[in-house]
Design a protein around this ligand. Structure first.
Ligand SMILES: [Mn+2]
Length: 341
């Protein structure tokens, strides 16, 4: 996708502002955080001040990205422009939508930078939107923007973009990784990004405390398998969230192992809260790109192989039954298509 027109529009907006608000979706990942840190660095090079905002608390596993501490859940200063990163749907901004802050945002120009596929409930008040599902990450789009604007990021911003790309491509290994992605990573390293340092910090942070290692054994035993093991389902309750979520993200803890189980095509990790609110992390194996469609069916969103759902007031057993049936139906449609080819 050629972003020339949108980049020109963004350049024009940036020339006219002094202060920018950068917003991440609820439950942000490495791309979301890396993108906002990189944008903040970009703003600094243009002598524009920036505030990094996220309505929900960042997970501790993201601390390896420098700039983690810049993100706050309160907006204290005035701003002239808002940039949403790694999100184009209002569904993933559930908290923000209920705040008075939203009406302030709508009074000023808004930029959306994203790469998600299925978009329902789109942010409908943006001045400029880039949403390119072929981009490996939102960080990649921001790196292209810095090139277009002829801006040299500092090491902080370069490493943040590298973290974005590595996060969404699972270290340059999944289907989002194109030849162009490697070229961009090479450019980042040429300019001063340091993959070794970044990985070292990430691995140190991800090292498993012994109690988490034991907890993982418990989660493995609790995982249920359906339809000849094609669908793996893990339900987490409030006590799992209270006792372990802050210490270690359960999806990160389980997803690779679950996707490695023979015949597993899709995994569903459901977090069911005491107030009946639930989230579901969906991951699919290569060849079964149903994640975004499945999430969309339940008002969620995401990518072909990774997506999420966030719903209030649900009956857990009904939801679980519905999502397993729907996942199986989508998997069968893929098998049918294979057979007719
Ligand atoms: Mn992303």
């Amino acid at each position: 996708m050629n972003y020339h027109k949108q980049f020109e529009a963004i350049a024009k907006l940036l020339r006219a502002v002094q202060s920018v608000l950068i917003i991440q979706a609820d439950n942000p990942d490495a791309d979301s955080l890396g993108s906002s840190v990189a944008l903040s660095d970009l703003c600094q090079q243009l002598a524009i001040s920036s505030q990094l905002y996220c309505a929900t608390t960042l997970s501790n596993y993201l601390q390896y990205i420098d700039g983690f501490n810049q993100v706050v859940d309160q907006v204290n200063q005035d701003f002239d422009l808002t940039i949403f990163v790694d999100v184009s749907t209002k569904t993933l901004l559930a908290k923000l939508i209920e705040l008075p802050l939203l009406s302030q945002i709508k009074q000023k120009p808004v930029i959306v930078l994203d790469h998600h596929q299925e978009i329902d409930n789109q942010i409908d008040f943006a001045t400029v939107i880039i949403n390119d599902s072929l981009a490996s990450s939102t960080g990649e789009i921001i790196f292209q923007l810095t090139k277009h604007l002829n801006i040299q990021l500092t090491k902080l911003g370069l490493n943040a973009i590298l973290a974005s790309i590595l996060g969404d491509t699972q270290s340059l290994s999944n289907q989002l990784t194109k030849a162009e992605t490697y070229r961009l990573v090479a450019d980042l390293i040429d300019q001063g990004a340091n993959r070794f340092e970044l990985d070292k910090k990430r691995k140190a942070l991800n090292s498993l405390p012994l109690d988490i290692f034991h907890y993982k054994a418990d989660l493995i035993k609790r995982t249920e398998f359906y339809y000849d093991n094609a669908i793996a389902v893990l339900v987490l309750r409030q006590e799992d969230i209270n006792n372990y979520s802050a210490q270690y993200n359960q999806i990160a803890l389980m997803q690779n192992d679950l996707l490695q189980v023979q015949n597993v095509k899709v995994i569903l990790i459901i977090k069911y809260y005491q107030d009946q609110h639930l989230t579901t992390g969906i991951r699919a194996n290569y060849g079964y790109p149903i994640a975004s469609q499945l999430a969309k069916h339940f008002n969620g969103g995401g990518h072909q192989y990774a997506s999420g759902i966030n719903l209030i007031k649900q009956d857990l057993n009904l939801f679980k039954k519905d999502i397993i049936i729907k996942a199986n139906q989508l998997l069968n449609e893929i098998n049918d298509n294979h057979q007719t080819l």
